[in-house]
Design a protein around this ligand. Structure first.
Ligand code: GLN
Ligand code: ZN
Length: 764
């Protein structure tokens, strides 16, 4: 690569601008395409994404940021750290996808969130004595492809510390993967040695986001050790250790003591990185400065970014600064090119991956050579950037005076309701539900018919009244089925919703939807997050009509179903021109209005789902209190309007509450349903130990599996729960919504759940 690198892209999206990779992979998995076809598409995509970067004038373009499934799985494969249960699969491609997705004879490897993103990686399964076997043919192939296209690429590698931090030891209970540090490092050293044979001089980007977590402090000695050894593995490699998602202060001082060529820091999400600039300034290291946001979709304020770079340069020296994205562009959609329907003002405020490349190159031009150096097209884009930022600051689309007015009183709504004991007494009196009250989490099967009705209505092939009749039909059937099964608190089934966030987003002002804003979530799965661009408000009730209709069909309590403000926030692209907390409060106001309309309309049990509450926790502990504060306050804003005899439920579909139980308690919901089905009663114990006094519905069976749980099995599960909490405090429900299941599975499962509950009640 040329001596002076000025612009650097940490990594690029790989799913394809029209999700070409997704489509061909899914056809291949269904047996409709040969693997050669997958490879052809992959090659075409790589060429295209390199081309985009080259055209934008980016200096440091990656290979091995591409993956057919996941970059961590690629590392597992390249290091030969394949779990033994896949050893019988000889074909490498078949084995790769079996690890990712499982097959008839092999359970898939576990998948989990990549740091604080919504991307999911495959968790390496490590055991002592595991033998590695390095094979860099994937990288070699991509490297050669790039060279043939006239690109002198850098090579991206998931670093050894991050790899270990993401891994699990499977041979000992609660083993820390870092106990295998030296084995894994040996594998990595062999890998780096192999990389050294690819060319005379090679730039390698070693991704170490783990160094942006609180684990960095305890790992600092390993940082030094690992990178000293890696740098010595092959002398012709220029090693850049790139960190992202927060600051990497602890690691920087260690890295400065190693022969690495450069360090990458995120100045968008790790403001504290500015505190180590002087330290870097006193070294000879190159600083890859992540200043273009790789996690959000707003255009940069280029002028402000230039001043930030100047500040950085005054400590480090311009000649040692490289201008970069804050992280891989994997986390933003590909290109705005296909957004045909979006409001043109809003569109002018957005930069997806391809548009960020232009920003990066304009920014590096301005920073290194000044405005005169921009070509005509860049100069035009720069002017448009200034205009768009200016327009956005004062646009009536963004700023809604009514919302701003309401926000003045927001503090008075950030409060808990009347004392729990008073509320719950009134609620029991009102509803008179039995101990171990049976219910569900909200959604019922989304059949072909249900989806077709929504689709037909959306594309205009059926009118509103026909749509309403169809939905009413589904709801009526669902209510009848629940009554027949003998459930005691009913739901309407959520047939009108395609997605729990999108459904609300579509009805809120200040929220837009893209046509092609897909972001990879895992493997071939992509999500299209709503875009919160302005002050949020709710023009009219969003769920009242359906809930009231459902309630009119039964004498049993009907739960209203809402998605909570924190979950809406965490699953959206959020405006960056005000604190996230402000946006969250505004969403909370909208949900509050809905809660109030529901209770006034006779719906007195209301569930406010916070499926993504935990997911929004910041990486660094130091940022957690602020998050917890506004998340809690938002939940209170949404629910404190409920009168004492209105029962507020919430639902969280995960199981690890240990470190957030205080916050869960402080949310102050009357009833919480959680996912504990797969872990017996261990998780419930956290509630007990904490002295949790409110009602809890620990899922009694796992809805993620098609298996129908037997009566005995559920009885056993309920007995386990009763060892921890008294019957009066427990609800009985599945562990999440039922929308992904089929009626043939749902009905018998719920029947067994009700029978089991009745059997246990008799013994109380
Ligand atoms: N009420 C939602 C449902 O049942 C909750 C979904 C979720 O927790 N992810 O589908
Ligand atoms: Zn759930």
């Amino acid at each position: 690569m040329s001596e002076k690198i000025r612009s650097w892209v940490t990594g690029f999206a790989r799913i394809g601008e029209q999700r070409e990779l997704k489509k061909v992979l899914e056809r291949y998995w269904r047996g409709e395409a040969a693997f050669e076809e997958v490879e052809d598409v992959a090659k075409m995509l790589r060429a295209r994404h390199w081309e985009y970067q080259k055209e934008a004038g980016i200096d440091a373009i990656s290979v091995n940021d591409f993956s057919l499934y996941d970059q961590v799985l690629d590392m597992i494969d390249m290091l030969g750290l394949v779990p033994s249960r896949f050893a019988d699969i000889e074909d490498r491609v078949e084995r790769y996808f079996a690890m990712a997705r499982g097959d008839a004879d092999h359970t898939a490897m576990e998948m989990t969130k990549w740091f604080n993103t919504n991307y999911h990686y495959i968790v390496p399964e490590l055991s002592a004595g595991m033998e590695f076997c390095v094979d860099i043919s994937k990288i070699e192939k991509e490297y050669k492809e790039a060279r043939e296209l006239g690109i002198d690429p850098k090579i991206n590698i998931v670093g050894p510390l991050t790899f270990l931090g993401c891994a699990r030891r499977v041979d000992v209970a609660e083993g820390d993967a870092f106990s295998l540090y030296s084995d894994i490092l040996s594998a990595y050293i062999a890998l780096f040695q192999a990389l050294g044979s690819l060319d005379d001089r090679i730039v390698v980007q070693v991704d170490e986001p783990l160094l942006c977590t609180d684990r960095a402090a305890e790992l600092s000695l390993l940082v030094k050790d690992a990178f000293e050894k890696i740098c010595n593995a092959a002398k012709n490699l220029d090693i850049y250790v790139v960190t992202y998602f927060d600051h990497a202060k602890e690691a920087v001082s260690q890295l400065l003591q190693t022969p690495v060529k450069g360090i990458g820091l995120d100045f968008v999400h790790g403001e504290k990185n500015e505190e180590v600039l002087d330290l870097i300034g006193r070294s000879d290291k190159v600083l890859v400065a992540g200043v273009i946001d790789g996690r959000n979709i707003w255009i940069s304020d280029i002028e402000k970014r230039v001043s930030l770079l100047e500040r950085i340069a005054s400590a480090v020296g311009k000649e040692r600064v490289v201008v970069s994205t804050s992280c891989s562009l994997l986390h933003v959609p590909y290109t705005l090119k296909y957004e045909k329907k979006m409001d043109s003002d809003i569109k002018s405020w957005l930069a997806y991956g391809v548009e960020k490349l232009d920003e990066l190159s304009i920014l590096s031009g301005l920073f290194f050579e000044g405005a005169e150096s921009l070509d005509a097209q860049q100069a035009l884009k720069y002017a448009q950037n200034r205009d768009a930022n200016e327009a956005r600051r004062s646009s009536a689309l963004v700023h809604n005076p009514d919302v701003k007015k309401r926000m003045e009183d927001i503090d008075s709504m950030k409060k808990k309701r009347a004392p729990y004991s008073e509320r719950i007494a009134k609620q029991h009196e009102k509803f008179n539900y039995p101990p171990l009250c049976t219910t569900t989490i909200g959604s019922f099967p989304q059949t072909q018919e249900v989806r077709a009705a929504r689709r037909d209505y959306k594309n205009g092939s059926i009118g509103e009244s026909e749509y309403i009749e169809k939905m009413k039909g589904f709801i009526k059937e669902c209510v009848e089925i629940q009554e027949r099964i003998g459930l005691e608190v009913l739901v309407h089934g959520e047939f009108e919703r395609n997605d729990m966030v999108e459904y609300f987003g579509e009805q809120l002002e200040g929220v837009a939807f893209s046509e092609n804003g897909w972001v990879q979530s895992y493997g071939s799965r992509c999500v299209k997050p709503p875009i919160i661009y302005g002050d949020v408000s709710r023009p009219k009730p969003m769920t009242l009509f359906w809930s009231q209709y459902a309630a009119s069909l039964t004498r049993l309590p009907m739960k209203g179903m809402l998605t909570g403000p924190v979950t809406i926030l965490n699953w959206s692209f959020v405006r960056d021109d005000q604190p996230r907390s402000e946006t969250c409060y505004q969403i909370a106001l909208a949900i509050r209005d809905e809660v109030d309309d529901l209770q006034k309309g006779g719906i007195k049990m209301i569930q406010v789902d916070e499926a993504a509450f935990k997911e929004g926790y910041p990486l660094r502990k130091e940022k957690r209190p602020a998050y917890e504060r506004f998340a809690l306050e938002s939940f209170w804003i949404a629910t404190s309007v409920a009168s004492e005899d209105t029962q507020i439920h919430t639902h969280m579909c995960y199981s690890d509450f240990n470190d957030i139980i205080d916050t869960i308690e402080a949310m102050d919901a009357d009833v919480i349903s959680i996912e504990t089905a797969r872990s017996g009663n261990t998780l419930l114990k956290v509630f007990k130990e904490h002295g949790y006094e409110k009602e809890v519905g620990p899922g009694v069976y796992d809805i993620h599996s098609p298996r129908i749980p037997s009566v005995e099995e559920i009885e056993k599960q309920i007995r386990l729960l009763l060892e921890v909490l008294p019957a009066r405090q427990l609800w009985i429900n599945p562990d999440c919504g039922l929308k992904t299941r089929r009626w043939e599975e749902v009905v018998p499962s719920l029947e067994n759940m009700v029978t089991a509950t009745k059997n246990i009640r008799k013994t109380l």
